[in-house]
Design a protein around this ligand. Sequence first.
Ligand SMILES: [Zn+2]
Ligand SMILES: [Zn+2]
Length: 209
Amino acid sequence: MNARELPAGWTSLLRHCDFNIACRELRNLFEIGNKEAAAHGEVIYYRAELVKGWRRFAEDPTFNTAVAFLEGAPDYAPGLFWGYFIECCPGGRWAFYDSLLKGRVAEWRLVPAEQKYWHPINGGFNSSNAKFMCSECGSQYPLTRCSDCGGENSQLGKTAVGLPGVFCEECGMGAFSWRCPACSAAHKTIFAFYYDIRSVQVRKKRFWD
Ligand SMILES: [Zn+2]
Ligand SMILES: [Zn+2]
């Protein structure tokens, strides 16, 4: 491969790229380059066409802006930039890490204590998106299936006397309190039940619900 040339069929390869990841990684590359240069009291100058192409791509990372960016940077595209795009295609390094991260990173929240949240309009909680966490010892336990009927999903609600808790969507079994299996501390469900805001949405009951 000629150092100034991109691989044959590069535009069809590029169609499968995740341009948002490519953009993020290239932005890091430029920032690191600029920081290193500044540390040596230098400034990196790029051709005007490269800068223009980069800005357009960074504003709107799509196939068309990526092609224009690569074509406008013939001295950097094959040796440097192309590698970033190919790594962001399916099976590439960043595409791989990104799917890994998306699968693993959860953002755990308590449901607000306000009564209007503790209503069956909020459901679909299960072991993949909800857990109990002990404020005494820090132990965490994924929400389990209903011990009564084996139902997978739970919903928010209130007991007969109005205490907020988590209940089986199938049979209604549930509790307003939770005892930590590790340290035996008892907690009110509202202070121990966490859900992943990236997987489930929780909202207040409106008067017409
Ligand atoms: Zn049940
Ligand atoms: Zn505990």
